[in-house]
Design a protein. Structure first.
Length: 38
């Protein structure tokens, strides 16, 4: 029972981390493109 309760929490956490990494990558890429353009 407790394992099933912890699984969704962990899944959501990993999903959030992946989203944060994707957002950070997109932001860094955009800033890099802007810097190279200048």
């Amino acid at each position: 029972m407790p394992t099933t309760k912890v699984k969704p929490k962990r899944c959501s956490k990993s999903l959030g981390v992946g989203f944060a990494i994707r957002l950070y990558m997109s932001v860094s890429r955009a800033s890099r493109f802007r810097f190279s353009n200048k």
